[in-house]
Design a protein around this ligand. Structure first.
Ligand code: SF4
Length: 469
């Protein structure tokens, strides 16, 4: 589904390079392939071995960087970030990487995720004299590192990381080192690759493919990876208790050509579609998927059910962020910018419409209506994940609980609201089995589906989430 109309947004993507003369250019390409993870701001910081230098701005990677600005960012190491702003809000100062200069040297950091104890740590740090540059939760780590009494940066970072709670994949760079850290539950993806003698790190492996890098492995929960001129070392700052990879990375966020912990996202989605065909079989004429993220599941449904897959819905790829959105009255007249139903495909047909999730329900209602207006005689909506009933505290903007249609409505009530002939959600077990090919729910965060979160949720975080929206 289309993130911008759905109300379900990833918050960030990170990318890093160590030991390559074109570090900033590689980071530019890497960030471009991670653009789906955040479109509101981007930045790159490079190290030439002596100093850190950066450029950032609010906008897309192609809007912020030019060939000239990339050329100015010379150095053999770089980290970069793409951001979707929720925690801490938007604004230039919150665009990452965050860059800090002090008497003891410089430090840059890029964060994907959300810290659930950021407010209490911030309060504590401010009481001790810290002054924050941003309203982003990510900055807390820099203050904790600088306040740690350990002489070596590695120990400072380990000590600081051990105080954080929540979801974090961090890239941390000094003049002479690049570090990568993943939270003890491994909520967000972070992979290591190589390009010749250089090392690369990325939120998703699709960023390796675009620069011709080779995947080595995923960063482990609770691991701190340190790369410098002496090579690469791995340390632990926490012992992983339970691995809890964000299920929505597989369902919706990550690119289908990415692999997370060795599992290809397209294949996982396709398997979800196959499971749906078993859990929700229909006598229908065509299967269609809501572009882009539901296409893989729709192909799986079609393959398993024997009903042909057709392109019943088309996305207009050229509706950018600056496009003038139709006013309410024009929307009501049916001005449909982002998605259209293909009359020639759906007219007179019984359609199985596959989507990855339902958040507020407003988009699903519009799409069902669109298919019916185009002549579909029946629309059976099948969703390749269970109902989202709870907010996410780990860096995904799932809207406040009040906005989540499934938080207080039954499947039948939702069906009536979206106007579908039938509505079926994939079971939790079916979704997990589609990914792992085994039974059981271990290894995943399922918080937004079940309300059981892998970490403690702090009262100030809860208050923030339940007040907004
Ligand atoms: S609560 Fe949902 S969206 Fe958030 S990390 Fe867990 S599975 Fe992912």
């Amino acid at each position: 589904m289309l993130a911008e109309i759905k109300g379900l947004n990833e918050e960030c993507g990170i990318f890093g390079v160590w030991g390559h003369p074109d570090a900033s250019q590689l980071t530019y390409y890497g960030l471009h392939s991670l653009q789906h993870r955040g479109q509101e701001g981007t930045g790159i910081v490079v190290s030439d071995g002596n100093t850190l230098k950066g450029k950032k701005g609010e906008g897309l990677v192609t809007e912020i960087f030019t060939a000239d600005t990339i050329k100015e960012l010379h150095g053999n190491a770089a980290i970069g970030h793409v951001r979707y702003a929720t925690a801490g809000g938007g604004g230039y100062e919150n665009v990452q990487p965050l860059l800090f200069h002090s008497q003891t040297g410089s430090l840059a950091l890029a964060h994907n995720g959300n810290l659930v104890n950021a407010n209490s740590l911030k309060h504590q740090l401010e009481t001790q004299g810290s002054i924050f540059q941003t309203s982003s939760d990510s900055e807390v780590l820099a203050h904790l590192i600088r306040r740690s009494g350990f002489p070596q940066i590695k120990d400072q970072v380990k000590n600081a990381l051990s105080m954080l709670k929540g979801a974090y994949a961090y890239l941390i760079m000094t003049e002479t080192e690049l570090m990568a850290a993943l939270d003890p539950h491994g909520l967000r993806p972070l992979s290591l690759g190589c390009l010749g003698d250089a090392y690369v790190l990325a939120s998703e492996t699709c960023a390796f493919d675009v620069i011709g890098a080779e995947y080595i492995r995923d960063i482990e929960p609770g691991e701190l990876l340190i790369i410098n001129d002496n090579g690469i070392t791995s340390e632990r700052f926490a012992h992983s208790s339970t691995k809890a990879i964000c299920m929505m990375e597989y369902v919706y966020f990550s690119r289908p050509d990415s692999n997370i912990h060795g599992i290809n996202v397209h294949t996982a989605r396709k398997n979800m579609g196959k499971r749906l065909a078993i859990e929700a079989p229909f006598d229908a004429d065509v299967v269609t998927g809501v572009p882009d993220s539901s296409i893989s599941a729709a192909i799986g449904y079609a393959e398993a059910s024997g009903i042909p897959y057709e392109m019943g819905l088309i996305k207009n790829k050229y509706v950018g962020r600056t496009f003038i959105q139709p006013s309410q009255s024009l929307r009501e007249q049916g001005v449909k910018m982002k998605l259209s139903a293909v009359r020639g495909v759906v007219e007179g047909k019984r359609v199985v419409m596959v989507d990855d999730s339902i958040v507020r329900g407003t988009t699903s209602r519009r799409i069902v209506n669109m298919l019916k207006e185009a002549g579909a005689t029946e629309v059976h909506v099948v969703i390749s994940s269970p109902p989202i009933k709870n907010p996410c505290f780990y860096g995904i903007d799932t809207s406040s609980k009040e906005e989540l249609i499934a938080s207080d409505k039954t499947v039948e009530e939702i069906r009536q609201i979206i106007g579908a002939d039938t509505l079926t959600f994939l079971s939790l077990e079916g979704m997990a089995a589609a990914i792992t090919q085994t039974e059981g729910l271990n290894g995943f965060c399922l918080g937004c589906f079940t309300g059981n979160y892998p970490t403690e949720i702090y009262p100030d975080t809860l208050q923030y989430y339940y007040q907004r929206g």
